[in-house]
Design a protein around this ligand. Structure first.
Ligand code: NAP
Length: 258
């Protein structure tokens, strides 16, 4: 499960799951280029990686802009001379009642997570063909299980899962491995806001709010970003070499569908 000598890009790496994946890749020996919009947050993650003896470069940019993906890949190849791994974790979609959501909200949801993946894949693919590299998309259990207030996120996740499988099929021919992880609820800054909301609304402490969320989700426990990062290392390592087009739920039992 070592990644020594590998070069990786991680999107959505200024916080949450993406940051944990970048830290885990660096700990496993890879050099990483981390990208998101906030330079300040990227610098904080990169400093942590460097302090632990790893190599990290940053690229601040908005992945909703069509040209950004190619710039990110160029920056990584310029810095490292090659690219072995692309982990795409950038994503944010609007949650809420369908009749409050506009076309623009749907387009915005697709712009980052889905088209971000499409454009990153297009730009990275020739480099990954050269190194027999890997793509790992961080998607979400909403791809498999629908929810009335998650119409955008669920649609984006299902579309990206289909795209993952399509590129895995192409990857058989081109020597590129393409897989996905579907996280369930993971305690990242976004989910922490929901915990704090429950604490405030119900006047309960953090432990009680977490227990309530676990009960609502019917999970063993809420995930930590590091849980997803551990699987993300395995998926792109030699140990995970037979994974191709695999879409793995890591959700504490949340998904009961086949
Ligand atoms: N946490 C969960 O419970 C959970 C469950 C299922 C699926 N997921 C999926 O897992 C992925 C990561 O989730 P997370 O909880 O770690 O999210 P998060 O904490 O909200 O982090 C999202 C990341 O995406 C970046 N980002 C947002 N807008 C961007 C843009 N326009 N261009 C470039 N980067 C952008 C953010 O950085 P900046 O703001 O600095 O740009 C941040 O680094 C997402 O796709 C999410 O849908 C999460």
């Amino acid at each position: 499960m070592r990644l020594d000598g590998k070069s990786a890009i991680v999107t959505g790496a200024s916080q949450g799951i993406g940051a944990a994946i970048a830290e885990a890749y660096a700990k496993a020996g890879a050099e990483v280029l981390i990208t998101a919009r906030s330079q300040e947050k990227l610098d904080a993650v990169a400093s942590g990686i460097r302090a632990a003896g790893g190599r990290a470069e940053t690229f601040a940019g908005d992945l909703k802009q069509p040209g950004t993906a190619a710039e990110v890949v160029d920056a990584a190849v310029t810095a490292f001379g090659k690219l072995d791994i692309l982990a795409h974790s950038a994503g944010a979609t609007k949650y809420g009642d369908f009749f409050d959501l506009t076309d623009a909200d749907f387009e915005d949801g697709f712009a980052l997570k889905y088209y971000g993946a499409v454009r990153m894949t297009r730009a990275a693919w020739p480099h990954l063909m050269k190194t027999k590299g890997c793509i790992l998309n961080v998607i979400g259990v909403g791809a498999r299980v629908s929810e009335k207030n998650f119409a955008i996120g669920g649609s984006v996740n299902s579309a990206l899962t289909n795209f993952t499988k399509a590129m895995a099929d192409r990857g058989v021919q081109d020597g590129v491995r393409v897989n996905a992880i579907h996280p369930g609820p993971v305690l990242t800054p976004r989910i922490r806001q929901r915990v704090e909301f429950i604490m405030r609304e119900e006047g309960i402490d953090e432990a009680a709010a977490l227990a309530k969320m676990e009960a609502n989700w019917r999970v063993m426990r809420l995930g930590k970003p590091e849980d997803i990062a551990n699987l993300a290392v395995f998926a792109v390592s030699e140990a995970g070499n037979l994974l191709q087009g695999s879409v793995i739920d890591m959700d504490g039992g949340a998904t009961r569908a086949l």
